[in-house]
Design a protein around this ligand. Structure first.
Ligand code: ZN
Length: 64
């Protein structure tokens, strides 16, 4: 099975790579944007998302 990877774009322009991990126990948590503090996701259960900050395409290709 392939891991489910998604790109999350926050309203402030920050980009995160989202990957779902399955834990042996239930977990409750939330993820907030490290730049603006916006709440991007809340989870409860054994499938929890893991977020990794990535460079946004907009920042790399600002002239486009
Ligand atoms: Zn943000």
């Amino acid at each position: 099975m392939q891991p489910e990877n998604t790109i999350i774009n926050c309203g402030c322009g920050a980009c995160y790579e989202r990957e779902v991990r399955v834990l042996p126990i239930k977990d409750i948590g939330l993820f907030e944007c490290t730049d603006c503090g916006a709440r991007l996701e809340i989870w409860s259960g054994r499938s929890v998302p893991v977020f990794k900050r990535i460079k946004s395409e907009a920042a790399q290709k600002r002239s486009a």
